[in-house]
Design a protein around this ligand. Structure first.
Ligand code: SF4
Ligand code: SF4
Length: 62
């Protein structure tokens, strides 16, 4: 369970906007589940760029 990068799989449309933007390259699209996922959330810079770019408010930084 993630504690920093929280992705709501119901809201995520797998658009990839956050994946493109993330400077730490820790986000990716799981093609099987068709949802955004995070690799190593401890690498997150917590600057919330993904929150700002997400069109559905599916990703939140805690
Ligand atoms: S806050 Fe920044 S580093 Fe962290 S997941 Fe979002 S875009 Fe990536
Ligand atoms: S920007 Fe939002 S909707 Fe698009 S892949 Fe990322 S979390 Fe999912």
């Amino acid at each position: 369970m993630n504690e920093i990068v929280i992705i709501d799989e119901e809201l995520c449309t797998a658009c990839g906007a956050c994946v493109e933007l993330c400077p730490q390259k820790i986000l990716y699209i799981d093609e099987q589940k068709n949802v955004c996922c995070v690799t190593d959330e401890t690498q997150c810079d917590k600057r919330r760029g993904c929150e700002d770019v997400c069109p559905t408010e599916a990703i939140k930084i805690h």
